[in-house]
Design a protein around this ligand. Sequence first.
Ligand code: TRP
Length: 338
Amino acid sequence: MPRHRIFSGIQPTGEPHLGNYLGAIRQWVEQQEAPDRADALYAIVDYHALTIEIEPEQLAAWTLDMTASLLACGLDPQKVTLFRQSDVPEHAELGWIFSCVAALGDLQRMTQFKDKAEQNKDNINVGLFTYPVLQAADILLYKATQVPVGEDQVQHLELSREVARRFNRRFGETFPEPQPLLSKVARLRGLDGSAKMSKSKGNTVALGEAPETIRAKLKVAVTDPARLRRNDPGHPEVCNIFTLHGCFTGPRDPERLAAIERDCRSAALGCVDCKKELADRVVEQLTPIREAQAAWRARPDDLRDLLEVGRKKAAAIAEATMEEVRARIGVRGLAKRR
Ligand code: TRP
C-alpha cells in the first residue's frame, strides 16, 4: 500500500477556539509525534475565508495570526508542512477543473451550505456553494489519503471522494479517495448548550483567552439540562462539561475522570464545583499555548519566513500534480508553454 499522506485545512477567520483545538488541531499535533508518522500538510485556507465578508487587511492579519496560533499549539514546521493556501495558486486552478467534474446535485445536498445560506441571507455568494469543490482541490492536489477533521466535515469529504472518482473515470486513474480521520472527542456543543461551538455565537473559549474570562465563561456554561436541583442525579453522557472533562482531565488523570462520572451520577459532585474544576484544568492547559501565541505574535517576520518554507514544500508537490492533471485533461502544461 502506498504511504499515507495527511492534509487538513483551517480557515483564518479569527482566533482558534476550543472546538477547533479539540476537533482538529490537537490531533494534528499528536500525529506529528507518532514514530511511523505520515507525511502531513496543513493549510491556512484564506481562499475559503473569502466566502464571508472580510476586509483585506483583516484576512492577511488573521492568516498570520493563525500561523502563530498553530505554532503555539505545538505544530512543528520541521515535521509537517504548514503553509498558506493562496501561496500555492494551483488550489484555485484545480478548484475550477473540479467544478467541471463535480455534480450540481451533490453540492445541493451539502448541509453546511444550506446552514450558511440560511445564516448569511445577504451574502449567498457562489463560493459559499462551491466551497466543498475547492476543499476537494486542497486535498487532492497533494493526493492526500487521510484528512483529520471534525465530524462536521464528513459530508465534504464524501464529496471529495466522489470528485476523485468522477475525475478518474473521465480522465484516467489520477487521485486516491481521501478518508476522514475523526477525532475521538465526542461531539462538543457550545457552552450555551447550542449545537455547535462557534466564535460568531460567542459560545466558546478562544485559545488565547485570559484565565479570568475562561473561568467566567465556564461558570455559566450549560450542563446536564435534566439536572435542575443540586441533589438531582446527573447524566454525564449528555453533559457537555463532562465531555470537556474527557478532553482536559481524562488524558492526564483517568481515575479522576472516573470519579467525576461516578460522583455526578450520585449527585455527590455538583455542577458548580465540577465546572470550577474544569476551569482549573482548561486554564492550566491553555496557559502555555496563550504564552507561546503571544511570543509568536511578536515575531511576524519569522512567521512569514516559516510560511515561505511551507510554501516551497507544498508547491513542489502541487506543481507535479498539476502537470499531470493538465496533460490528462488536454490543457496546456508548463512543459509545453513556448
Ligand atoms: N472546510 C474546513 C472547515 O471549515 C476547512 C478546510 C478547507 C479543509 N479545506 C480543507 C479541511 C481541506 C480539510 C481539508 O473546517
